[in-house]
Design a protein around this ligand. Structure first.
Ligand SMILES: [Zn+2]
Length: 442
């Protein structure tokens, strides 16, 4: 039986790994909330929703797909990634502000062309699926057409995507700035067209404080106040030079985060990328509002931005999610992102257990986005966004996997050594949307 032949309803047998709750910082095999159910059946009903998990094979009314020996996780959630930056990934030799001017802004100019937007959005979303990522919070460009193309492509694929037109009205090339009135009209039209449609949601998308005037930030706040269900996404406190620049541009603000807070941009549906250089008062504000920091370890290492003190944020009550931040980050793989997060925490003398990392890219992100009823776990009723993985790919990982003596040891080695080459197939709402071409098993 082949995966492609799957028709709903179906049942898939594999080693099922998900979480019922946050496991905390435990690396124990009986960590709270951990659900690792080897050789169990996941049932997906005709609506593409999870109907249950059971040890015994279901009756013949379910199409049975036996993937014994493979690992099944909920599709991963990437809470911060840039649509137009695949072509600048792995660009040499700059820190954040030079990186934007040298690589990013020139690449983003091409998205004025609707044909570039349509082709680019399809390539981007298919690439996410080929990395086991089924939900994402995405930065398009300042061109309304880039957000339109992304939403249309996500709708075609049935994906959960949160995005919005990128707002910049200064300190960027003139053709990458949009005046406040025009961007307000664009944003309203995009909200009307896409927000709440299928699995799409609109995010008021402020590039970062330096590229917005106070007038534009105020407009962003008005959009959020006018439409209570919208998300907000931006960058905060990524790089020291950026921090100094923000302090000069906004001398009245208490901190970088305060620039956003003063305009009503920090709330439970806010996704703030990076958050490395925040102080205790910032942490208290984020915790009070339950606004999440999208930790982007690969990007932080690659651009030399700094080491995000995850444990301090979490101890203060701030929701922390994980993000690839491609193209600052060097891979769309959330597995590589987790492995980089481990290394960043190691530099801070903190150990990041595999359970915490995996919870963060599944149920944790779902909860931070207010979407735990839809994504992030194998709970009955959630949509069947699934990623099927090999435990080991290649001789080194095979040796390491065979030597593992505990569950955590095995899963941690997988998290550290695996990437998109371990992926077998990806489902979105019960429909297979990706299969790795070389895969002949199952
Ligand atoms: Zn970013």
């Amino acid at each position: 039986m082949t995966l492609a032949a799957a028709v709903r309803p179906f049942a898939l047998r594999a080693d099922l790994l998900d979480f019922a709750a946050d496991p905390g910082w435990s690396a124990a095999d009986d960590a709270p909330g951990l659900r690792l159910r080897p050789g169990h059946w996941l049932l997906v009903d005709a609506r593409g929703r999870i109907a249950g998990v059971q040890a015994d094979a279901p009756d013949a009314s379910w199409q049975r797909i036996d993937c014994s020996g493979l690992l099944l996780t909920p599709g991963f959630v990437d809470t911060h990634v840039h649509l137009p930056q695949l072509e600048v990934i792995a660009s040499y030799g700059t820190e954040l502000l030079d990186w934007l001017n040298t690589y990013t802004f020139p690449a983003e100019r091409r998205w004025a062309d609707p044909a570039v937007c349509a082709a680019g959005a399809a390539t981007f979303l298919d690439a996410l699926l080929a990395h086991g990522t089924t939900s994402a919070v995405v930065f398009p460009t300042v061109h309304a057409g880039s957000a339109d193309a992304l939403f249309a492509a996500a709708q075609q694929r049935g994906m959960r995507v949160i995005a919005g037109q990128c707002l910049m009205d200064r300190h960027a090339p003139p053709d990458l700035t949009v005046a406040v009135d025009a961007s307000e009209r664009d944003s309203e039209a995009l909200v009307a067209r896409w927000h709440g449609r299928d699995r799409l949601a609109y995010a008021v998308t402020v590039r970062f404080a330096p590229t917005s005037t106070d007038a534009q930030l105020a407009m962003a706040g008005r959009l959020l106040a006018r439409h209570p269900g919208l998300y907000m996404q931006t960058h905060v406190a990524e790089n020291r030079a950026e921090l100094d620049w923000v302090a000069k541009l906004f001398p009245d603000a208490r901190s970088y985060l305060d620039v956003y807070a003063r305009h009503g941009l920090v709330g439970a549906r806010s996704v703030l990328a990076h958050g490395i250089w925040l102080d205790a008062a910032d942490h208290a504000l984020l915790a009070r509002e339950q606004a999440q920091v999208a930790h982007s370890p690969s990007s932080n290492l690659f651009l030399g931005s700094g080491l995000m003190p995850w444990r301090a944020l979490e101890d203060a009550g701030v929701p922390v999610t994980l993000a690839s931040d491609v193209g600052g980050g060097t891979s769309l793989s959330m597995l590589r992102t987790m492995a980089d997060a481990y290394k960043v925490q190691a530099m801070l003398h903190q150990r990041l257990p595999a359970w915490k990392a995996l919870h963060t890219v599944t149920r944790g992100a779902a909860q931070a986005l207010g979407l735990a009823h839809e994504i992030g776990s194998f709970d009955t009723g959630c949509l069947a966004d699934l990623a099927l993985w090999r435990w080991a790919a290649g001789p080194v990982a095979t040796v390491r996997d065979a030597a593992a003596r505990s569950l955590h040891e095995r899963v941690f080695a997988w998290m550290t050594l695996a990437d998109e080459r371990n992926l077998v197939a990806t489902w979105v709402a019960g429909t297979e949307r990706h299969r790795t071409p070389t895969e002949t098993a199952a």
